[in-house]
Design a protein around this ligand. Structure first.
Ligand code: PHE
Length: 340
């Protein structure tokens, strides 16, 4: 019996020595000292021993249990310490690390310009509305006096979803939506994304416009000119010159295109204005009587003006940017420059 106990002690010590984690040590403890362990089995067999042997073997078993339990505890403590050390090593904090101070987001230059434009109209009493980017052919063209055979409907310009549903090519459908929903007087501004199948340094398939619409009694082209002149001076500078050229849009009559004196060269001629001293900023005109009537507004009583302004174009002029694609590449080196 003594040999059996000695053998057990030797095997248990051998296993303790090979344990590399707390888990395997626990398994070893169960195997030798647990309820169904080997030492408990020896204790159970003691009932068959002679009365003289019982106390001798009993004390050997107790001694073996105490010693092994003690050795297991010591081994467990040193394994736990080793595990903690390796965890601390792996989670070491580098106190020389420099915090990235460039984490907070900033407004995109287009958002900034859009806000600037809106802010210069709002004090004049304009309210800001929004409309759908996926439009029907009726709101995008038909109601705006753009008949089915008009070149603006060319498949190459417009992203059609079905024959009647498309991605809006301008924000002008919101003129119609607003006139349908509200009674004059109306003074609205509608910013939003617009889409055309075009892609080069000055055209992007997605771009942004801000539509403006004013409807009231007795409005004339002078009101349009005064309003836009006032805003152009706020956006660029007080001495900016504004020029109105006759133009054509199916939904305005008369129609104009509006130029401002180049803010880069002051009108002398440079790369931004292509040597002309002027840059075009928007299209505008008096709302066509057909459009008013399409929206249920009496064209004998009311007149109005509308304008559509390209946000990218305004930003390019203001900051001297020569490639529209820069706005959509999200290169931080580009974007950062507008957040001084
Ligand atoms: N919708 C026109 C365009 O995208 C601009 C415009 C708006 C012209 C309102 C006149 C009146 O080119």
């Amino acid at each position: 019996m003594k040999d059996r106990i000695d053998g057990l002690i030797a095997r248990c010590r051998g296993e303790i020595a090979t344990c590399t984690c707390v888990q395997s040590l626990t398994e070893c403890k169960v195997k030798f000292l647990g309820k169904n362990g080997e030492l408990t089995a020896i204790l159970r067999g003691m009932k068959d021993l002679s009365p003289e042997d019982k106390p001798i073997i009993g004390s050997l078993v107790n001694k073996a249990r105490d010693e092994l339990a003690n050795e297991l505890t010591i081994a467990e403590q040193s394994l736990k310490q080793a595990e903690l050390n390796s965890k601390l090593n792996n989670e070491k904090v580098d106190i020389t690390w420099v915090k990235n101070t460039d984490k907070s987001g900033t407004l995109h230059p287009l958002t900034k310009i859009q806000n600037l434009i809106i802010d210069s109209f709002v004090p004049m009493g304009f309210e800001v509305l929004e409309g759908p980017e996926i439009e029907t052919e009726y709101y995008n063209f038909e109601a705006l006096n753009v008949p089915a055979d008009h070149p603006a409907r060319d498949m190459q310009d417009t992203f059609y979803i079905t024959q009647n549903i498309l991605l809006r090519t301008h924000t002008s459908p919101n003129q119609v939506r607003t006139m349908e929903a509200k009674k004059p007087p109306i003074k609205m501004l509608c910013p939003g994304r617009t889409y055309r199948a075009d892609y080069d340094a000055s055209h992007s398939p997605v771009f942004h416009q801000i539509e403006g619409l004013v409807i009231d009694e007795n409005l004339t082209l002078c009101d349009l000119m005064g309003t836009l002149e006032c805003v152009a001076r706020k956006l660029f500078s007080a001495d900016t010159k504004v020029r109105f050229r006759p133009s054509y849009f199916p939904f305005t009559e008369p129609s104009v295109e509006v130029d401002v004196s180049c803010c880069k060269c002051g009108g002398v001629g440079c790369s931004v204005c292509k040597g002309t001293g002027w840059v075009e900023i928007l299209g505008a005109g008096m709302v066509h009587p057909y459009v008013l009537e399409n929206c249920g507004i009496d064209s004998n009583k009311y007149t109005g003006f509308a304008f559509g302004l390209g946000v990218e174009r305004m930003a390019m002029i203001k900051y001297g940017i020569t490639d529209i694609r820069l706005f959509f590449e999200n290169d931080k080196r580009f974007l950062k420059q507008f957040n001084k």
